[in-house]
Design a protein around this ligand. Structure first.
Ligand code: PLP
Length: 388
């Protein structure tokens, strides 16, 4: 890693990654940059063969860890399931599910937090804080515990109980906040500033994106270096979309993937909270705050995202789209993923299957296309949704 740059290219100079950095002076997220031309000469796909099956197998395009040892619980390199039975139901031969429920703490938040906690530790942080809808809090709590650091988690008061208990299990300090994740974010930011904690809010530090982008590296590797036509991804704060779009560019610069053939990105949101879908449909550059946000998919209950303009740009530049799904359909799709494929899906994962169905009906996606659904978390923390 050589520097940190403003994601909005506001013209501010590059920042030093060897110091704690959060946002650019203009308020935009920061992105980590690497010496990719040098790596393109010295690093090849073959070098991956004997690496550990975690996201740290791509360490050349991640921030280096002090002493070479990251804070790791075995995150990443999750299964890519060829969903043949579900595919047969839909008339598709080439449907895949990237099953992120296999990550530590049961969701893909582990990726971002493994990298962010590694960096925070190396930069001398002692206490880390995060506002969370649930999964980010669980992941921060686990990685902070492994690193011997303190974690302060701020969650909406109506968060499902397993998320609270799991934070406590890892010894984190939990504060329940009246309101939504944006309200939790405000309180977390105030307290962090007063107490000098290191804030790892979505896109408000540059390294969670780096962890999430490894999903694209893995998919390239698992699909034998050939991009599928579509990635269907449940979008809240947008770390995954922004991270994978960044990874596409890096993979091209490394010469590992051909230029100009990136997957189309589909952002899936809940009909009760769809600011990105609304902005995409309106052709807007930024999203408007979604009032009265409501959905059983906690990870999608994000009424405003600081990286909204980056998400919208990635969707458009990829020739993708954005689509909203009703809660009852998501829950039915959780059962379908379970029954047909043995996959434990969070409602957010179910939402991707609903989106696929609609896009097939609309003729946007062809049944012959290669499609990857992202099951971003497991069903276990959402069992209350499955009660008969
Ligand atoms: C956080 C979360 C999301 C949204 O992820 P982003 O990359 O921040 O948009 C989706 N699904 C689950 C299960 C989550 O926890």
């Amino acid at each position: 890693m050589t520097r940190l740059e403003c994601a909005a290219a506001c013209g501010a100079g590059a920042l030093d990654p060897e110091r704690p950095q959060h946002l650019c002076a203009c308020g935009s997220p920061l992105l980590a940059r690497y010496d990719l031309p040098a790596l393109a000469r010295t690093w090849s796909r073959d070098a991956l063969r004997d690496r550990p099956a975690t996201l740290w197998r791509y360490r050349e395009v991640l921030p280096a860890a002090a002493g070479g040892a990251p804070v790791s619980l075995g995150e990443g390199f999750t299964p890519l399931t060829h969903a043949t039975r579900l595919g047969a139901e839909l008339g598709m031969d080439r449907l895949y599910v990237k099953d992120e429920s296999a990550n530590p703490t049961n969701s893909f938040k582990a990726r971002g937090l493994s990298v962010a906690v590694t960096r925070a530790r190396d930069l001398g942080a002692r206490t880390l804080s995060v506002p969370s809808a649930g999964n980010a809090g669980n992941a921060l709590a686990a990685y902070a515990a492994q690193a011997g650091l303190a974690a302060r988690i701020f969650m909406p008061r109506d968060v499902k109980e397993p998320f609270i208990r799991e934070c406590e299990l890892y010894g984190a300090d939990v504060t329940l906040v009246d309101g939504l994740i944006t309200d939790a974010g405000r309180l977390a930011a105030t307290q962090a500033a007063e107490a000098g904690w290191y804030d790892v809010s979505t896109l408000k530090e540059p390294y969670r994106i780096e962890g999430k982008k490894t999903m694209a590296y893995e998919l390239a590797e698992q699909l034998d270096w050939e991009w599928p036509e579509w990635f269907i991804y449940p979008t809240g704060g947008g770390t995954g979309i922004v991270g994978m779009w960044k990874a596409f560019a890096e993979l091209e610069e490394l010469g590992w993937m051909p230029r100009g053939r990136r997957p189309h990105l589909v952002a899936v949101q809940a009909s009760g909270c769809a600011p990105i879908v609304r902005a995409f449909a309106a052709g807007a550059e930024r999203a408007v705050f979604w009032t009265g946000a409501q959905t059983v998919a906690d990870g999608l209950r994000v009424p405003a995202a600081i990286g909204d303009f980056l998400i919208l740009q990635a969707l458009r530049d990829s020739g993708g789209t954005a689509i909203a799904v009703d809660d009852d359909r998501m829950v039915a799709a959780m059962r379908e993923l379970g029954r047909c494929e043995g996959i434990s899906a969070a409602p957010e994962g179910g939402a991707t299957l609903c989106a696929l169905r609609t896009l097939l009906q609309q003729g946007v996606i062809d049944r012959a296309d290669r499609v990857v659904l992202f099951n971003t978390g497991g069903a276990l923390k959402y069992l209350e949704l499955l009660r008969p």
